[in-house]
Design a protein around this ligand. Sequence first.
Ligand code: GP9
Ligand code: MN
Length: 423
Amino acid sequence: DGNELPEIKEYVKTKVQSDGKSPLYGIAEDKNLIFISAESMQSFVINSKMKGEVITPFLNSLVKDDSTFYFKNFYHQTQQGKTSDSEFLLENSLYPLSRGAVFFTHGQNEYHALPEILNQENYYTSVYHSNNKSFWNRDQMYKSLGYDHFYGEKAFEVTKENSIGWGLEDKAFFEQSMKYLQAQKEPFYTKFITLTNHFPFEIPKDKASIEKFDSNSRTLNNYFQTVRYTDEALEQFFNQLKESGLYKDSVIVIMGDHYGISENHNKAMAKYLGKDEITPYDHVQLQRVPLFIHIPGYDKGKVMSEVSGQIDLKPTLLHMLGVSTKNDIYFGNDLFRDDRKDFTAFRNGDFVSDQYVSTGGVCYQRQSGEPVNINQNVNEETKQKDPCKSITEQVEKELGYSDDIIYGDLFRFIDFSKSGISK
Ligand code: GP9
Ligand code: MN
C-alpha cells in the first residue's frame, strides 16, 4: 500500500537530489533529444588501436570536438536484461532487477519515465529499432514508459543484402530512419537502438574496414570489425542529420548499452590489452561504456573523468532540457553537478567510487588497483576501517529501495502531476 514511500522519498531528497542548478541547466531547452544506444560498445575501443589501426575514428573525433562532453569513467549497470536493462536505467533512473528482465517481469507497472515527462513538455517521443516489437517485451513496456510511437522491424525495408547478423545493418537503419525522423513533430525525444555490433560480431568481408584481431577468441577477434562498422554508421547519421537541418536543433547522446566481450574471453582480452591477466579489478574497469553528449553550437565540451553510470542520465538530460526533477523519485545524479553522490553501484552490490573499487568483497584503490590493506584477523572495531564498508551499506539500501518501487509498483500511489514537477 505504499508504506515504504515516505522513507524512500526521504532518502532520495537527502542522499540523491540537491537544490540548485548545474551550469548546463536549460542548455537544450526545446531542442530535440536524439539518443543513440550503441549495441555492445565498450570504452576500451575509444582512442585505441588494433594492429596499428584506429578502431573508432569518428567517435575519437567526437571526443576532441568542443561541442562534446565525453565521459570516460561511465559504467553500464545492466544485468540479465542486457539492452532492455540499459533502457530501463536511462528512462527511469531506477536499477534493473538482479534476476530476469524488468521489461518482462514488470512491464505493466506505473512509471514516471523520460518519455512520459517529456510528453507533458510537448515533446513527441519515439523509438527506432529494427527488431521484432515484442523482443524484450518492448511493445508493452514502451507503452508503460509513455512513448508515442515505436518504429520496429516492420517500419524498415529489410533485405538479405542490407542485413548483417541480427538484422538490418546500422547504416541502412539510420538511412531509412531519416524520412520518419524528418516528418516528426518538433521538439522530439527519439531513441535509436543499433544492432550490427551484436554478439557474435560477424560481418561480411566486403563490409569490414579493418582487420580481425588474432587471439584464441573468435568473438574478440571479430568485435573490432563490427565496432568500426557502427562507428562509420554513426558518422553517416551525423552527416544526414546535418543535411536534413535537424542537427543544429538537436542534442545528440551516444551511449554503449552494456559489455560486448564477456569474461569468458579474458585470456584474449588480456592479450589485446597487453596484460598478464584480467583481475577482478580490471573486470570492473572493463564495464565502462562510452557516453557522449554532443551539443551543436556549444563550445565548452571536454573529457569528463567523473565516475558515473547509466542511472545518471534521466536527471542529467531532463535538466539540460530545462525540466525540473524536484519531486521526482530516482537514484541518479546530474552529471554536470559537483555535489554528486560518491558512487556508481552495480546490480550485484559492487561499486566504483571516486577513491575505491569494490568487487567480490575486496576493496581496491581506484587509481592504483591495489587492494586496500585491511587487517582481517582483528576485532570488529578494526574491521570497520574497511573504507568500502559504509558505501556498500548505502549501495545495498539504495538497491533495496529501487526494488521496493518495482516489486510494489509503488508509483501507483503517487500523482506526479500534482507533485509540482514543472519547468
Ligand atoms: C535486441 C537488441 C539486442 O532487440 O536490443 O538485445 P541484447 O541481446 O543486447 O539485450
Ligand atoms: Mn544490447
